[in-house]
Structure formats: structure tokens, C-alpha cells
Design a binder for this molecule. Structure first.
Ligand SMILES: [Mg+2]
Ligand SMILES: [Zn+2]
Length: 208
């Protein structure tokens, strides 16, 4: 089995649910372990990708500690909770890479313009190096344009989790950003990856 391929996964909004705060009207990520919930179907999809030989690697910006929204211990608890929930469904994550920095961090220790905060590719490139992966055989999957930018900068195939709308296409065109594929959830991601690996850009050209 080829062990140089991986699926890089954003965490919040991709593997675990985002939270909607009714008071502020903002969508944000979990800052307490008890807020961590897997997106329905995510574990099953990850299991399929894993059985097909893909390593599963989380690459995630987590500025919550830097912003004073949670302690580093609380952050570690959110990590453990996600891994426990996945393990209960038979999924083991092969690696986790987090950027804890933020350029305007409240906590000085994390205040930094770094190479790892997506849309930069530092987290992915570190994982590529440490796991002996070939970026061109890997996918970056996420629900944000930052994920697609980071994946492209690292030389990976990219899948944007989103409903396809005219508005989204306008934004992507404006950004000059073209994900290799779109999917609504990880179940669809696993179908895209497992049915036609590395064929999506050709398919896209056929359509043009
Ligand atoms: Mg996300
Ligand atoms: Zn960073």
C-alpha cells in the first residue's frame, strides 16, 4: 500500500461542528471539550479514507488560546475529546498540526506573524516532511478559502466543503481560486477521493 498519501483536514466546520453564538451572532469554534461534536457522518467517511490507505492529518488554525478565549489546557482537552469521539467510531488520526499564533494575540507568547497560520502552507509542509508524504498525492479539505489557499500553496489537491452557489463562484473567481472539487460534507469528500483519485483537474478542463 502506498503510504505517501494523506488527507489533510481542517478541524472546525470540517470534522467538528462550528458553534453559533446567539448573543454575538458569530459563528465560532469550540473552546470547551463538552462543545466538541463530530459532524454527522464524518467518522464513517474518515474510516473509508483510512482503509483506502490515506493518512488522516488535522491542520488547523486555533487562535483561541492566543485570544484569551481558552487556556492551553482547555485546548488540549478539546483535542482529546475529538480524538476520543473518533476513536469510539474506530478512527485514529495520524497527525495533528495546529497554529496557535495570531498576529494580534492578547497573549504575547502567541503574538506572531508565522508561517503556519493558514492560508500559509507551513502546517501542511511540516506534516508532509514528518510523515514522508508526496503533496501531489494529498488532498487538503476544508470549509474555508484559507484551507484551499494553504492546500494549493503546499501543492496538494483541494476540496472545498460548501454548497455551490453563484455567490461562492463569484468570490472564488475574484480570488482567482479554483478548488479541484467541491463537496458538502466528508461523506461526499470520500466519494470524490475514492472514485477518481487525481482526475479532478482534468475533468474540470473538459467542462470548460
Ligand atoms: Mg473550518
Ligand atoms: Zn502559526
Amino acid at each position: 500500500m502506498n503510504d505517501s498519501k494523506a488527507v489533510f483536514l481542517d478541524r472546525d466546520g470540517t470534522v467538528v461542528e462550528l458553534l453559533y453564538d446567539e448573543e454575538s451572532g458569530y459563528i465560532d469554534s469550540a473552546v470547551r471539550a463538552e462543545q466538541i461534536r463530530l459532524i454527522p457522518g464524518a467518522a464513517e467517511a474518515l474510516r473509508r479514507l483510512k482503509s483506502a490507505g490515506y493518512k488522516l492529518i488535522i491542520v488547523s488554525n486555533q487562535p483561541g488560546v492566543a485570544k484569551g478565549r481558552m487556556s492551553i489546557e482547555e485546548f488540549e482537552e478539546t483535542r482529546r475529546k475529538m480524538k476520543n469521539l473518533l476513536a469510539a467510531k474506530g478512527v485514529t488520526i495520524d497527525g495533528e498540526y495546529y497554529c496557535l499564533h495570531h498576529p494580534n494575540a492578547l497573549i504575547a507568547e502567541y503574538r506572531k506573524v508565522c508561517d503556519c497560520r493558514k492560508p500559509r502552507s507551513g502546517l501542511i509542509l511540516k506534516a508532509v516532511h514528518e510523515h514522508g508524504l508526496k503533496p501531489e498525492e494529498c488532498y487538503m479539505v476544508g470549509d474555508d478559502l484559507l484551507d484551499i489557499k494553504a492546500g494549493k500553496a503546499a501543492g496538494c489537491k483541494t476540496i472545498l466543503l460548501s454548497h455551490i452557489t453563484g455567490m461562492l463562484m463569484d468570490i472564488l473567481d475574484k480570488e482567482g481560486l479554483h478548488p479541484d472539487s467541491f463537496a458538502r460534507n466528508l461523506d461526499q469528500v470520500s466519494n470524490v477521493i475514492l472514485q477518481a483519485p487525481f482526475m479532478h483537474s482534468e475533468k474540470r478542463q473538459d467542462r470548460d
